[in-house]
Design a protein around this ligand. Structure first.
Ligand code: C5P
Length: 221
């Protein structure tokens, strides 16, 4: 059908989801936010007081959990067993612990297989940590998007409201911690794929980044 898959990986707050959503829209492709799936699992486990250390329980409970990503005007809606958790999965509580659930190998196997299914017919822009390396190693275009941790923290901070009660410095520390957990985990860690194009967005605007990827997509098509 002449469509390609695009994998966008990189550390937290590099702008992957904003860009992936824009690029998908401009190409008429489907945007898949793989991080939202890890977040939905995390949210669900927190509801049930199942800690990430208890991998066996997490996996057992994950079998009863149906996660759906439904494309909509804003990008996508996230459902956990039918319940709309789109907003809840963005909380600081989820941010702080999601990478610990994401270490669990069995959970990664399960989510990666769902993610692969979503990309079977091509025409998907998927963002995450292990998309180009592990989930879709055959993606026709792979981008590794980075920015300095200071810049990433600034961007996230600007999107938050004061009621969340976190300082820029604290946010920067939390982002760095999450990156470290994601980079150092044993199974499908955050690492740049050999055939990925590295894009440092520190001093690029959203438009510049999305235009650049669109140009790359058109040359790959
Ligand atoms: O992309 P986002 O920041 O929403 O992802 C939340 C967390 O989910 C990441 O910090 C990482 O621990 C996990 N994740 C992952 N693999 C992916 C996507 C997300 O491990 N493909």
């Amino acid at each position: 059908n002449g469509k390609i898959n695009i994998a966008i990986d990189g550390p937290a707050g590099a702008g992957k989801s904003t860009i992936a959503r824009m690029v998908a829209k401009r190409l008429g492709y489907v945007y898949v936010d793989s991080g939202a799936m890890y977040r939905a699992v995390t949210w669900h486990m927190l509801q049930l007081n199942i800690e990430p250390e208890n991998a066996e329980k997490v996996l057992q409970e994950a079998q009863n959990l149906v996660i759906e990503l439904i494309p909509d005007e804003q990008g996508q809606k996230v459902l956990a067993n039918g319940e709309d958790v789109t907003a809840d999965i963005r909380s600081l509580t989820v941010n702080r612990i999601v990478s610990r659930y994401a270490q669990i190998e069995g959970l990664r196997v399960k989510l990666a297989s769902l993610q692969r299914q979503m990309a079977l017919r091509k025409g998907v822009v998927m963002d995450g940590r292990d998309i180009g390396t592990h989930v879709l190693p055959d993606a026709e275009l792979k981008i590794f998007m980075t920015a300095t941790v200071q810049e990433r923290a600034r961007r996230r901070y600007a999107e938050m409201d004061a009621s969340e009660g976190i300082t820029l410095e604290q946010l920067e520390r939390e982002i760095a911690e999450r990156d470290q957990l994601d980079e150092q985990r044993e199974f499908s860690p955050l690492v740049c794929a050999e055939d990925a194009l590295v894009l440092d967005t520190t001093s690029m605007s959203i438009e510049q980044v999305s235009d650049h990827i669109l140009t790359l997509a058109h040359t790959t098509l």
